[in-house]
Design a protein. Sequence first.
Length: 268
Amino acid sequence: MCTIPPPPPPPAVPDISSSTKEVENSSVYKPYFDPAICTWASDHEELREACTRNKICCERPPFRYKYRHFKSIKQIGPTCGLVALSMSVNGAVLPEELLSIAKLEGFTSNGEMFSCKQMVKLAEKVHSLAEIEHVSCTLKRGGLFSSETIERLMNGAVLLVPYDADCDHAPCLRNGRTAHWAIICGVIVINDPGCDYVSDPKNVYVLCKHGKSNYLAAWNLYDLAQSNNNLYEFSPKKGADGLVYILPEGGLGGENGLRDQFLIFEDF
């Protein structure tokens, strides 16, 4: 009697779990560090990457530095100030919550924040909602590039600073037409300044985050101060985009605006 052999078993389904895992892991950005570069910052990967990228103290440690890590938050729409404030509490109060509060207070229409005075009032509400006690928030006029501010940063202060942003989001001078906000979460003094931190404008860098990048930035503090001091006018391009923006009395360059002003948080 003729028998028909059974059909061969179907081919085994390949186990793709391990290969998938490898692909997923390879998609996560991990910066490469030369073992000999910026070893003084080895305990802070984000700080080490920023200094390596900007060629700051690659061969030897700086004279002094202070760094505090904050969670990166990307902005949606013109909410850079709200995002910077949310970062200052590590997202304990989300930008969308801040947008609702700022609208109710009459500070903003679309998320824009063109008044440091109003930002102080908003910061006080944020600290209350986040149940953060004892942190002081002070509005400062002038003196961003000063020995006093640098010493306060060295003692752990955090700043919220409005400035003009270039195409790479670094400080520039455009009379306020590209006004942006950043949180200043650290400072680096490269060489011993002697008795005066500001004797050399190229000697001091600040570590910053803002809503248009996930990466820690390192900017020259003198350049940031110059940018902060040139915030005179609202962007004509924004004024013609069909949206309604709330501007303070006296405009960006007035005492109720942004020019030559910043917020300082202490006693974290």
